[in-house]
Design a protein around this ligand. Sequence first.
Ligand SMILES: [Fe+2]
Length: 135
Amino acid sequence: MSQNPLTLPRVAIDFMNRDHDDFAGLRATLLNQIAGGTTDAVDSLLDELHQHTIRHFADEEKLMQETNFPVYPVHKGEHDSVLADMAARITRWRQDGDRDALQKWLDRGVGDWLVTHIASMDTVTAQFAAARQAR
Ligand SMILES: [Fe+2]
């Protein structure tokens, strides 16, 4: 099963780059487990990805609030909708155990979203925060 390879843009805040790399690593491990691992392994990696995303979004939101990022509600709104989608996707997986659907969501949906989100909202947020912190 081929994976949608991710080229993640670098942003101006280090912790964000580290978290994005960790997320990409978790996603790749999870895709391998969906292809050939046990249901328990998939379940626990999905939980890990979900917890990582909740914590990472909270850290970005804290940074935006501390630096008075002007379009905080837009960025926060996208985080909220991604978390709602992820929670719904995990619930559906627990009900139907459909590996193909889970694989497609994670490979294409999440992969494409991640690159676009980093290239747009995260890039602008990090640039703004780095400029504020440098003052
Ligand atoms: Fe973000």
